[in-house]
Ligand binder design. Sequence first.
Ligand code: ADP
Length: 302
Amino acid sequence: MKRYHDIVGDGGSNVLEQVVEQRARITEGLAGVRHLVAVGSGKGGVGKSTLTLHLAGALRGRGLRMAILDADFNGPSQARMAGVERAVFVPPRSTDGSGAAGRSDKVALPRTSNGIGVFSMGSLVPESDALEFESAAQGESHTWRATREFSLLTQILGSFEWGALDLLMFDLPPGAERTVQYADFLGARASFLLVTIPSEVARGVVARSVAALSKRPNRLLGYVENMSGYYCRDCNAIKPLFESDGPSSLGIPCLGTVPFDPELARHCDLGTPFTAQRGTPVSLALDGVAERLLDVLEKERP
Ligand code: ADP
């Protein structure tokens, strides 16, 4: 099969130059980002978006410069969860303090009240609409979907002002095979954090993601077990939620467990920060995972 670089004479569309130029724009745009962390699972509904946002919040609380790219274009949750649903996209302000538009042609990221930059398709497409990828031939959208999705991701990465960041977190869509496509797209620089819940069904799917990612050069930082018990606020105790509560054997390090807390779900629905809940089991669990994540990231690659 031919790769882009093997194409000779493309009828004048300069596809090779275009791809190289876009890649260069992305590399340049992400040059100030220390760590790219993709949060995936394979399974949907296990709390990828929730953990991405609230781990980013915990790290932001430690003074780190954080941004999130919600890569789930068809089921974007970050806009609502992070409270940037009605964000207005504006050019970045100049750095000389004059207030005049800067020289950059890139778009500024919407920010949460605690200063996390968030790109989510949910800020652009209202929940009453679905994102539709146009296809070259009607009824053939399935053929074009992955291509359009990654071309959109390329545009987003090249169009926004990511600036100087400690972590850029990618909230991935479900699907083990798509998780691997993101590894291929983002390249070896991106590390992966996986999310599961204590159900054998979810663990089985996450195990597939682990197996698929293990064949790639990307670092597998570990996994988080979300919904590990239910935090009962009335009795201030963690109660079992799934029969399979307890350690799982995914063959990668467990960076922590996070219980289900209805108050966290409520904050996610309202798009309000969880910071007022400091000291609760969920908040402490998130802090613990954030700390271990940082430790692993800062360690040299094995
Ligand atoms: P995913 O991104 O994997 O599809 P979400 O993060 O959207 O999953 O989570 C699904 C639902 O479960 C959301 O309503 C979210 O608020 C809720 N949720 C996830 N984790 C927790 C938790 N630990 N405590 C309370 N609610 C949670």
